[in-house]
Design a binder for this molecule. Structure first.
Ligand SMILES: [Zn+2]
Ligand SMILES: [Zn+2]
Length: 250
């Protein structure tokens, strides 16, 4: 029954936003051959991560940078095994992400899920389960959807790896994280997440999905909670990540 409802929903979305006819960013007419339903102009506005990346978190590294990990990973240990990311966060990415999150454009998620799939399916990792970073029940009610879960559903469908959306829960929202330093971010997040039904995680390899990665505080907190509940390993895949910025002298 769930599957029938899902396919009806897909059908409705397809009728309202026929894929590959209009560019998902600017709405101009395109033909079906355009990848991710992006027109030639919009596809170039994104900062696709195709070059060197941080060996730990997956952020893009400039060609001129000599280190193997980014500045953040040099200073901070991570709980997750390894991270992967598709785009470097810039002005255009910011706009698209805000549309996705707040302007009711949840339909962008299917294309983002395709982008995630193309990024991860060529890597040598074999997760047992895909888990999206949850939002709180209150925020879910207000927004109507969790943008990371929508992307993760499409990834799961394409890759054939099951998704579990009820295992990891968010007990509270943590706002204004951006203004905090890494240690305070971690503290603010420390009791924000919890695992339900721990037995489902024992010995499992998890792929955690989020929309944006900055210093990794959110995905590290989720990873600790998942590992404490018995997960064997946690990999992280995000749609976007912040650039490799040199930290200010403290
Ligand atoms: Zn366009
Ligand atoms: Zn890194």
């Amino acid at each position: 029954m769930k599957r029938i409802i899902e396919s009806i929903k897909d059908g409705i979305a397809e009728a309202i936003f026929p894929s590959n006819i209009y560019c998902i960013c600017c709405g101009s007419l395109i033909d079906g051959s355009r990848q991710y339903a992006l027109c030639d102009v919009c596809v170039k506005k994104f900062h696709w991560i195709t070059g060197r990346t941080c060996e730990k978190c997956g952020k893009a590294l400039p060609d001129t940078y000599r280190g193997r990990t980014c500045y953040d990973c040099m200073r901070l240990d991570h709980v997750f095994e390894k991270g992967f990311s598709c785009l470097t966060y810039g002005l255009h990415e910011r706009e698209v992400l805000l549309d996705h999150k707040y302007n009711g454009k949840g339909y962008l998620a299917a294309k983002f899920g395709d982008i995630l799939y193309d990024r991860i399916s060529c890597e040598d990792i074999h997760p047992d389960v895909i888990i999206p970073v949850p939002i709180s029940a209150g925020r879910l009610k207000k927004r109507g959807y969790n943008q990371s879960a929508l992307m993760a559903r499409q990834l799961s469908k394409r890759w054939g790896v099951p998704i579990d959306e009820s295992l990891l829960v968010r007990r509270k929202e943590t706002t204004l994280l951006r203004s905090l330093n890494p240690a305070d971010r971690r503290l603010a997040l420390s009791d924000a997440f919890a695992v339900k039904a721990e037995h489902r995680l024992t010995g499992k390899c998890v792929l955690l999905i989020d929309d944006i990665y900055t210093t990794g505080a959110t995905v590290d907190t989720c990873s600790s909670v998942l590992m404490d509940a018995g997960a064997d390993k946690v990999y992280v895949l995000t749609l976007m990540s912040g650039g490799n910025r040199r930290p200010k002298e403290e």
